[in-house]
Design a protein around this ligand. Structure first.
Ligand code: KG4
Ligand code: ZN
Length: 340
């Protein structure tokens, strides 16, 4: 079964074709990321306008790269939410229109639930039960997956997502948007033991809190600069030298990753899963990937290839194959706050 996936929840316009949920035939991603750089974060109106320009060429390219025509496509899967309303609308209305015109089934997909399926495209479907951790810009959670696409939530962040913390730390260090890769790169040249930062794991649970960690980075940076908490964060980059920034980035990254691996190890011990999947944008981070590669884990740990950790449509098409949820192409509406 060939599914065309369409994703447009944030600033990536993406389309992909996946056969039988696991064979990646094509994946095309156009990002409007560079248009948001001057603003330090995604501007919803700019993202939506950019989706409008890119969506049809991106879909056409996905079909072309897969060497398939419309008659070869069995269904269209589209992100229904969560995400930015203007962005979701473009992908969803494109999918609805194409489903009607080309007479295809329409499948509605929850973006967050789909993230782990980036790991289905580089191997056989994972053995179940599988422990799943999603670490993205909007979500951080650990869940148990007993059937493909069905999750039992074990723990989640109570405030900021870990990717959001990476982005905010990047901003206060004067690094460009998107912050995660920039913090990771800078951290490579810093000392992760230089500054002591708080633990983001909440006691006796698999829950996290990243807002305290983020504020601790801010306070530490203000102290290094010889200032108190009243110093506006936008003045910090000019007061810290390169080595201080690198040590802060490295200390933050170590604390953030430690919180993720600690919770994951404790959940793995409690639930004895057949495998573990770690997915979402932060799963592209090099030090986290290195630690997940350690043979000491009690079961195989799968991560999607870096380009399928960040937002893409292949995960949408794969998820739709395993957890099919047929929708009416005449009435499906976007759900910006879709939960699960
Ligand atoms: O999954 P994703 O692409 O979008 C959401 O669904 O949120 O995740 C985006 C997040 C951002 O916070 C970004 O800074 C972070 O993932 N990110 C990274 C890396 N690539 C993306 N963080 C650290 N290292 C990376 N290489
Ligand atoms: Zn995402």
């Amino acid at each position: 079964m060939n599914i065309l996936g369409i994703e447009s929840s944030c600033d990536e316009t993406a389309a992909a074709v996946v056969a039988d949920g696991t064979r990646l035939l094509s994946s095309v991603v156009a990002s409007s990321g560079n248009l948001h750089q001057a603003y330090g974060g995604v501007v919803p109106e700019i993202a939506a306008r950019s989706h409008l320009e890119s969506i049809l060429p991106v879909i056409e390219q996905a079909l072309k790269k897969a060497r398939l025509g419309w008659p070869d496509i069995d269904a269209i899967a589209v992100t229904q939410g969560p995400g930015l309303i203007g962005s979701l609308l473009i992908g969803l209305l494109s999918a609805r229109t194409l489903a009607i015109c080309k007479n295809k089934k329409l499948l509605a997909v929850n973006h967050v639930a789909a993230h782990p399926f980036g790991a289905y495209l580089s191997s056989e479907p994972p053995a179940l039960p599988c422990l799943v951790m999603v670490v993205s810009g909007g979500h951080t959670f650990i869940a148990l997956m007993k059937k493909h696409g069905q999750y039992k939530m074990l723990g989640q962040t109570k405030d900021d997502a870990v990717g959001e913390a990476f982005d905010k730390v990047a901003k206060l260090l004067g690094l460009p948007y998107p912050g995660g890769p920039a913090v990771s790169h800078l951290a490579d040249s810093g000392n992760p033991k230089k500054y002591t930062l708080p633990d983001a794991n909440l006691p006796k649970s698999y829950d996290f809190s990243y807002s305290g960690l983020k504020t601790a980075v801010l306070r530490t940076a203000q102290a290094i600069a010889g200032k108190d908490y009243t110093l506006p964060s936008h003045e910090l980059p000019g007061l810290l030298d390169k080595a201080q920034k690198a040590d802060l980035a490295a200390s933050f990254r170590a604390a953030a990753i430690d919180s993720l691996t600690t919770a994951l190890k404790s959940a793995a011990k409690a639930y004895s899963p057949a495998c573990i999947i770690v997915a979402g944008g932060v799963a592209a981070e090099s030090e986290l990937r290195r630690q997940l590669n350690d043979p000491a884990w009690i079961c195989p740990v799968l991560t999607p290839p870096p380009e399928l950790c960040t937002d893409n449509a292949a995960m949408i098409a794969s998820y739709a194959y395993f957890a099919r949820k047929e929708a009416d192409p005449y009435s499906l509406l976007p759900k910006p706050s879709l939960s699960w």
